[in-house]
Design a binder for this molecule. Structure first.
Ligand SMILES: [Zn+2]
Length: 170
């Protein structure tokens, strides 16, 4: 079956959740809507990896380490979706195997890994949703921790995202 990508812009992908355009972004639902297949097998060759994406029989197949925390799994999946949209559509031989070192700040980064991480941050924390969330009337906050919980990302990811956008949590 051929799937049509709703958009290649990670800032816009959340809009395809239909009427539920609220955080947290349904990253798994988006992956499925794009025709990405989930591989749930765990093998020793995958020990130490957070995620992987490859073509298999003309379908993009993703694997996410089931032992990781929810926020880590969401970030990994968003990162693999980034590889798919940015690096795999024109390259049917591409395979990306990601470990925590590759995906973390400070590790050895290639430009493709940086692109996939930037994509993931935009997909999970779209600027428009973030600004809307911060403008909600409330008695105090929001803090970085509050926003991280609302978007189901790590506080570290939220901190980087806010500073990259020039936004300030309280
Ligand atoms: Zn990667």
């Amino acid at each position: 079956m051929d799937y049509v990508l709703p958009t290649k812009d990670p800032e816009q992908l959340y809009l395809h959740q239909g009427s539920c355009a609220f955080p947290p972004v349904d990253v798994e639902g988006l992956a499925r809507a794009m025709g990405i297949v989930f591989d749930n097998n765990f093998s020793l060759s995958r020990f130490g990896y957070s995620g992987e994406i490859r073509w298999q029989e003309n379908r993009p197949v993703v694997w996410i380490n089931p032992g990781d925390s929810l926020v880590r799994k969401r970030f990994t999946l968003a990162h693999e979706i980034g590889h798919y949209i940015l690096h795999m559509l024109d390259d049917r031989d591409a395979v990306f195997k990601d470990d925590v070192k590759i995906m973390r700040r400070g590790g050895e980064w290639t430009s493709k890994e940086m692109q996939a991480n930037r994509f993931a941050a935009s997909l999970l924390m779209p600027k428009a949703l973030l600004v809307a969330e911060m403008q909600k009337p409330r008695f105090w906050g929001p803090t970085t921790a509050h926003l991280a919980e609302r978007f189901q990302v790590s506080e570290e990811s939220m901190g980087y995202r806010l500073s990259n956008l020039g936004l300030k949590a309280s």
